[in-house]
Design a protein around this ligand. Structure first.
Ligand SMILES: [Zn+2]
Length: 168
């Protein structure tokens, strides 16, 4: 959680809109740590979605397929989670953000799951500096300009302090 708190601190310390967190995690740890600009590529455990019209709403404690959609009324409720083989959410916006980024930081990813594994190349092609923060060099470590390796709980706060310190 110290890594999540550090990223929230980074967002709070920079001008609004400077930080965008794109996560494959379906939990709400980033939000609970205080991050605002979070996109969940693979959906959110805390949300339900209508398989008929696409509407989303906060998940009830118990969710049934037979629950009626609050928007269209069809009984097609499902968890708001992207299953294997489905297109991750917000891909167009993510690619746009990658093209606009000055710095792309990958945190705790194996580098073996696409399309996320290609984000570093998308960002680098558009001119971004790239940094990998991971327990050990990932399968795609050579695609990054720089890498810091160790537990996220240690290296993410260290990097955030270094980054903010260099701007002061
Ligand atoms: Zn619906």
């Amino acid at each position: 959680i110290s890594a999540h708190l550090a990223l929230a601190r980074l967002e709070a310390a920079l001008p609004p809109g400077s930080v965008r967190i794109v996560t494959q995690n379906v939990d709400d740890l980033h939000e609970r740590a205080g991050s605002r600009a979070v996109w969940h590529m693979h959906g959110e455990l805390a949300r339900a979605r209508c398989a008929s019209c696409g509407a989303g709403w906060p998940a009830p404690a118990e969710m049934r397929v037979a629950d009626a959609c609050p928007s269209c009324g069809v009984a097609a409720t499902r968890p708001d989670i992207v299953w294997f083989g489905e297109m991750p959410y917000r891909m167009e916006e993510i690619w746009e953000a990658l093209r606009a980024a000055d710095l792309f930081v990958s945190i705790g990813t194996s580098g073996s799951v696409y399309p996320a594994a290609a984000f570093v190349q998308d960002a680098a092609r558009a001119g971004a500096e790239t940094l990998e923060l991971n327990l050990e060099p990932s399968e795609i470590a050579r695609d990054f300009d720089r890498g810091l390796h160790g537990p996220a709980s240690e290296i993410v706060p260290v990097w955030v302090e270094e980054y903010l310190g260099a701007r002061r």
